[in-house]
Design a protein around this ligand. Structure first.
Ligand SMILES: NC(=O)c1ccc[n+]([C@@H]2O[C@H](COP(=O)([O-])OP(=O)(O)OC[C@H]3O[C@@H](n4cnc5c(N)ncnc54)[C@H](O)[C@@H]3O)[C@@H](O)[C@H]2O)c1
Length: 242
């Protein structure tokens, strides 16, 4: 995978999956700009000679200014990976209003707004977008139904944008991870019964590691995937076919 000379923006770049994606893209030669509300993004950026913008991507004005800053820093925007995400575990009818709004803002609206403001530079670069969705985007998972609804929105956004941006030369795909060990899932995967139940559904017999996801993202943004757009790639050890 050769991404030399390309600039990649990774939201959620301080997180488990986002930081692995940032490292993988950087290893392939890309200059990576991490967007994360967590200042830990700065140490990931330092490690890969990239840049960090410590911002809340849920804020409506952030997308426009972040895209401007990326262009000022690197001169182009070739790859956008929307990996920032939050999860709220509760019965759907019990979710607090502010948590519902926050889920939508972080998991769905941020990706939409960044795409909207990055569309021109991405078209100029004949670039691409990868959105990180979830198994729960197209299957019902009790306890995270509102989260699943935001991921279903992101999945449909991916397909629709592939249709609208394809003629401009921009590919748009999604990766749907299964169960990955990260700070987001630590608490549930640490519960032996939950873990055993999940593992019993995974044909490959193990949970995902962050690099399992990151390397597929790197493939999707590379020239090897030049004829793939509108795809949702499950990276779940086979969970979704059981
Ligand atoms: N871990 C899993 O099993 C799993 C499975 C399917 C999908 N996903 C998705 O993968 C993505 C990465 O998740 P992860 O497991 O690495 O979780 P994580 O909690 O380790 O990382 C999420 C990152 O997003 C950042 N973030 C959250 N809100 C933000 C905001 N408003 N502005 C900027 N940054 C913000 C966090 O600071 C964090 O660095 C998420 O979209 C998640 O929904 C994870």
């Amino acid at each position: 995978m050769d991404l030399i000379g390309k600039t990649a923006v990774v939201t959620g770049g301080a997180g488990g999956i986002g930081s692995a994606i940032a490292r993988s893209l950087s290893s392939a030669g890309a200059t990576v700009v991490l967007l994360d509300v967590d200042p830990a993004a700065e140490s990931v950026a330092a490690e890969i000679a990239g840049h960090a913008l410590v911002v809340d991507v849920a804020e409506p004005d952030v997308a426009e200014t972040a895209v401007e800053q990326v262009l000022k820093l690197t001169g182009s925007l070739d790859i956008l990976v929307n990996a920032a995400g939050i999860q709220v575990r509760t019965a759907a009818v019990d979710i607090r209003e502010e948590d519902w709004e926050r889920l939508l803002a972080v998991n769905l609206s941020s990706a939409y707004r960044l795409t909207r403001h990055a569309a021109k530079p991405l078209a100029a670069a004949r670039g691409c977008i990868v959105n990180i969705v979830s198994l729960s985007a197209d299957r019902a998972v009790a306890g995270i139904v509102p989260y699943g609804a935001t991921k279903a929105g992101l999945l449909q956004l991916t397909k629709g944008l592939a249709v609208e941006l394809g003629p401009l030369g921009v590919r748009v795909n999604a990766v749907a991870p299964g169960y990955v060990v990260t700070p987001m899932t630590d608490a549930v995967l640490d519960q032996p019964e939950f873990r055993a139940r999940v593992l019993s559904r995974i044909p490959l017999g193990r949970l995902a590691e962050v690099d399992d996801i990151a390397e597929v993202v790197t493939f999707l943004v590379s020239d090897a995937a030049r004829y793939i757009t509108g795809a949702v790639v499950p990276v779940d050890g086979g969970y979704s076919v059981t």
